[in-house]
Ligand binder design. Sequence first.
Ligand code: NI
Length: 394
Amino acid sequence: MSLEQKITSLSEKYFPEVVRLRRTIHEHPELAFEEIKTGVLVAETLEKIGLDVKRGVARTGIVASLKGKKSGKAVALRSDMDALPIQEATGLPFASKNPGKMHACGHDAHTAIGLGAAMILSELRDELNGEVRFLFQPSEERNPGGAPYMIEDGALEGVSKVFGLHVLSQADAGAVGFCAGEMMASADELYITIKGKSGHGARPHHAIDPVIVSAQVILALQTLVSRNLDPFAQGVITIGSIHGGFAPNIIPNEVKLVGTLRAMSKEWREFAHKRVHEIVNGICYSARAEADIHIDLGYPVLVNDEKETMFAESCALQLFGPERVFQAERLMGAEDFAYYLEKVPGTFYRLGIRNEAAGITADIHNDHFTIDESALKAGAAMQAYLAIRALSEL
Ligand code: NI
């Protein structure tokens, strides 16, 4: 039997168990850094199949190691475990039992897939050319993310390559999509306070009006993308919240702006931060107002290693055939897998979960979101296959 056939048949064998695990996790969603029960389930499942398990990594994360018969280098497979603060409305028999919490981003599937890959690989120890490190991380949804803490706690020590996936509602169940280079944006939060001088609305010349200044600031910040970014590159700035004032005839003391700034390159991200200060401070100076600017750093740009992405795609072609492999689109969303890729080459790819005939089309972060569970089989097979192939090439 070829390696591909072995992986496929093992993924069939463990499919019912992976579905059961996914439904259990789905039924009991836990938010960022609260993944206690999920972590216990993960750790116990992995211990049962003979893996070396470390608990309490990055607080609620789990790191497990599967060592092959032959010694060699290590490859990491990552799953995220946290749910979202959403009230589930799917009506599924295994819908969330925790009010206001839901696995609406598919991290239940990612966790079950990680466990499925471990089950498959535990039967292929003899063929493993080194160690497979399973990373079950907390808090992908909430900044600062679980990934930097996993790295701090040594999760990547000795690891040469890292692979991770995310479900995608826009692709059919079981298809996998790849994108080399920059795939997802950095996402930083802007907190800007424009400070003026309050006064009577009928005597503006005695005041410094922060409302007028913020209007200028908001419009000028749009030039960050339209005038300060290569038209062939991507970036976004959105001011999503503006608060100031309380009466028709009073000029307030200050106005607060909150926004998000997204970049597709590390260089432009840094440049944009500098320009935010220059633009805001410059306008404030001209109006005799002052500004407090705070940029809360979010996840970095996610950059898929070119070589590893080509390698993963060629693996997918061999395992599934060309009809199930697609070119994944770049997204302005952010993902903390970017931190692992800053340390170790690898790739982050998409796993289709859509089934239009069955009415499974809702996007992630929607209260009707669900998956065609056949994708779990494909995901577990793909992750296991990637690990075993990557080790054989190290
Ligand atoms: Ni997600």
